[in-house]
Design a protein around this ligand. Structure first.
Ligand code: CA
Ligand code: CA
Length: 556
């Protein structure tokens, strides 16, 4: 367990350091310093009092689904053997980093054998891609994560397989072996019914179908011909998927991220809901506390209807990406509109599924990186990151987002090497996808420079993730919007287990002073705050709170 007695005792011996950090804006009760301490003389660790953090974080049970997840693209994350391609041992070597950041969950993009760098087209559901390592490396990872109370979920892609998958190649060879006009016999070749095969003459003009050369048959490939769609109506296919689920759960996997859910039956939402209902029921039968999150790249109203399936969690595409509510409302400085959305959408999801756990995110491997969404404005990048972390549910951060990494345009650019150091080579540094542009510059610097800078994006994220792990109301609370009388203020309350927290975020370019009426805000004190520049602070004077531009106040 993370919070053992030893760590608590260690934290107590550091009370002097904590006292210093209190004076310098970690959001505790401010007191006048008796001696002048120059913040420039403190390391960021001393300034933020990180050694005390473990002691104040709330206990997270193994089965707790409210976690801070970190999305990792193994290929570009950390390389352990010098071939330039990230691997599982590289990831294991970076678990200290992940844990220290405040993450207690990892989502791995596909790790199963595949011919593509991204591996969203699986050749074999029962192994680890040899470039990433072995199944033994995987169980090492699981053990290392579980010893730190980090849960691991993996991408599970079953809308389609790779066209090199044995099921598909066997089926294609069978169709080629049929004589003119001969119908397939599924008892003779069950794989001939594993995909959406059709007579070529019956699917003329359908761009999603590709011909099996030397046969009278074609197959569906929604994304492209190299990714044939599985026939999810076939009970044998579902039984195969159940076996795959069993296999990975038995290795200690804590759950799955389901890829391309709305393409299970493209254009047939009712059928997709039925697949999700089946999967949800099955996973609970093998691992009751598994966490499952689905990718439905759709606006709020559609995701709300997907929750009717009973499926536990979906990525909140209404909020993520550059056209989502977070970025658009930050860029238009409409904090009030965002707070109203937060209340409305959360209530809507709960109406559809009272057991849902939302999965908010800002960016992922398919979107551009947030630095570009905010036109490289560091204040807005930080504020956007914080809004993602004040949302209820399981928050997700895409690797490198915490450094304000750059990446836009083609997919490969969005999956660039994790910026561990300012040097482009050295331990852990990966080469990135071959087709990536070579001139990508991370203008906020790499980890080795940001970790020395109190005001870096890295330290802002780390502090923010710590706040989320300190107050249970943030991830688990129900959200109510508050009109603070200023459109540039996003004010919400979060209620959980009889406790209420108030969060006020200044979307404006200028400092704001807000009067907190006791009728609306039942707080005792300012418990934390976040500022994009630590020369500024949030001040509470009586019932009047002053929040600098882009600052966030937490009251309880
Ligand atoms: Ca490697
Ligand atoms: Ca499909």
């Amino acid at each position: 367990m993370r919070k053992n007695l030893l760590k608590k005792m260690f934290a107590l011996t550091l009370s002097s350091v904590m006292a210093i950090s209190v004076l310098y804006g970690c959001g505790k009760e401010a007191e006048e310093p008796s001696t002048t301490i120059n913040k420039a003389d403190l390391t960021p660790q001393e300034y933020y009092g990180v050694d005390s953090w473990d002691a104040v974080e709330y206990e997270v049970a193994k089965e707790d689904h409210y976690r801070n997840y970190y999305e990792v693209f193994v290929y570009s994350f950390a390389d352990s053997d010098g071939d330039g391609i990230g691997d599982i041992q590289g990831l294991i070597s970076k678990l200290d980093y992940i844990e220290e950041m405040g993450f207690n969950g990892i989502w791995l993009m596909p790790i199963m054998p595949s011919g593509t760098y991204h591996k969203y087209d699986v050749d074999d559901y029962y192994d680890i891609d040899s470039k990433y390592g072995t199944l033994e490396d995987y169980t090492d990872l699981i053990d290392a994560c579980h010893s730190r109370n980090i849960n691991v979920i993996i991408d599970l892609v079953f809308n389609h397989t790779s066209s090199s998958h044995e099921w598909f190649t066997t089926a294609c060879n069978y169709y080629k072996s049929l004589g003119a006009g001969e119908e397939p016999d599924f008892e003779e070749c069950p794989y001939a019914n594993y995909y959406n095969f059709a007579k070529t003459e019956d699917v003329k003009g359908k761009s999603t179908y590709s011909k099996i050369s030397g046969s009278e048959y074609s197959y569906e490939g929604m994304f492209w011909s190299g990714m044939p769609d599985l026939n999810l109506d076939n009970p044998l296919v579902r039984a195969e998927i159940e076996d795959v689920v069993d296999f990975w759960i038995n290795l200690g996997t804590d759950g799955f991220r389901l890829d391309a859910v709305k393409e299970y039956f493209s254009g047939h939402k009712t059928k997709n809901l039925e697949v999700l209902d089946w999967f949800e029921t099955y996973i609970r039968s093998v691992k009751e506390d598994a966490f499952v999150v689905g990718e439905v790249w759709e606006p709020y109203s559609s995701i709300k209807s997907y929750y009717n399936s009973g499926f536990e969690s979906f990525f909140d595409y209404g909020y993520g990406n550059n056209s989502g509510y977070i970025i658009t409302n930050i860029n238009t400085r409409n904090g009030l509109a965002l707070s109203e959305k937060l209340e409305k959408t959360e209530k809507g999801y709960f109406e559809s599924n009272p057991n849902m756990v939302n999965s908010p995110f800002l960016s992922n491997h398919d979107t551009g990186r947030i630095a570009g969404f905010c036109n490289y404005d560091e204040n807005r990048i930080k504020l956007a990151g914080a809004i993602n972390q004040i949302m209820s549910g399981c928050s997700f951060v895409y690797y490198g987002e915490e450094l304000g990494m750059t990446g836009s345009g083609k997919d490969e650019n969005k999956r660039a090497p994790m910026a561990w150091t300012s040097y482009k080579s050295g331990y852990g540094i990966t080469v990135g996808p071959t087709a990536m542009d070579s001139d990508i510059v991370n203008q906020f610097g790499a980890l080795d420079t940001q970790e020395k800078d109190i005001d870096s994006i890295y330290w802002y994220y780390r502090k923010m993730l710590h706040i989320r792990r300190t107050y249970e109301e943030i991830a688990k609370g129900s959200t109510t919007s508050i009109d603070a009388g200023d459109k540039e203020i996003c004010a919400i309350s979060k209620e959980y287990n009889g406790e209420t927290m108030y969060i006020l975020c200044n979307f404006g370019e200028e400092e704001k002073t807000i009067t907190l009426s006791k009728d609306t805000y039942a707080y005792e004190k300012l418990i934390e705050y976040l500022v994009t520049n630590t020369d500024n602070e949030v001040k509470l004077n009586g019932d009047s709170i002053t929040i600098p531009a882009y600052g966030i106040a937490f009251l309880k």
